[in-house]
Design a protein around this ligand. Structure first.
Ligand SMILES: [Fe+2]
Length: 215
């Protein structure tokens, strides 16, 4: 998945089947980046030893404040900048994130905008961001209601109005986060056509992985 710290790309192999979970550049919810790098090395070695050729990379989610103030140097050369919107992220910060990304020559992926009250009140913020090239990533915990009713309603609205480009797990640690992902896909299957699910979980993420690798 695109929030996925580890996303796989190998021919037509769907990225959604690749490993999930990745670092978080956030003062509020910090993660151990060295540990993530260590696990990436272990995974690469394990796959190699089994004769599997799978391109793996480490991705991370960045808090909006850090994206605007000072993105980590390691992120600057990336094709995409995955920035999360939090409950109290002000509307003006969305524009600042897009401006910053433009300066850096990177494309923004907005993570879980459904949790952001400003976005919920003004969906045109999402339309404006998409017009500037941003991709919209809803997350499974929101769809299944783990972030409350407001986030759930907004996540479904983003999906059903065609504004959501990607579905991700929002998993940052080694704990099982895929249950939410499976449950959300099962719910999606009851409400949207299969091609939308494929778009958000396979073709969309695969495109990101391919483009990242090509950079
Ligand atoms: Fe997040």
């Amino acid at each position: 998945m695109p929030d996925a710290g580890l996303a796989g790309a190998g021919g037509e192999r769907p990225a959604a089947r690749g490993p999930r979970g990745g670092p978080h550049f956030s003062r509020k919810f910090p993660t151990a980046h060295d540990e993530a790098l260590g696990r990436l090395s272990e995974l690469r070695a394990a796959l190699r030893s089994r004769g599997l050729s799978l391109l793996l990379d480490l991705a991370a989610e960045v808090a909006s404040s850090m994206a605007v103030e000072a993105p980590a140097p390691a992120l600057l050369a990336r094709r995409y900048l995955l920035v999360e919107l939090e409950r109290d992220t002000p509307a003006g910060v969305v524009r600042l994130i897009l401006d910053r990304a433009q300066e850096l020559g990177t494309q923004v992926v907005l993570a879980h905008p459904e949790r952001c009250r400003a976005v919920r009140d003004h969906l045109r913020l999402i339309d404006g961001a998409r017009e500037r090239g941003a991709l919209i990533q809803v997350v499974a915990p929101s769809l299944v209601g783990r972030w409350g009713k407001g986030a759930s309603v907004a996540a479904w609205q983003l999906v059903q109005t065609g504004r959501a480009d990607l579905l991700a797990s929002d998993s940052h640690r080694g704990r099982p986060g895929s249950q939410n992902l499976s449950a959300s896909v099962a719910q999606l299957a009851r409400h949207v056509p299969p091609w939308r699910i494929v778009e958000m979980t396979i073709t969309g993420p695969s495109k990101l992985v391919r483009n990242s690798a090509a950079r």
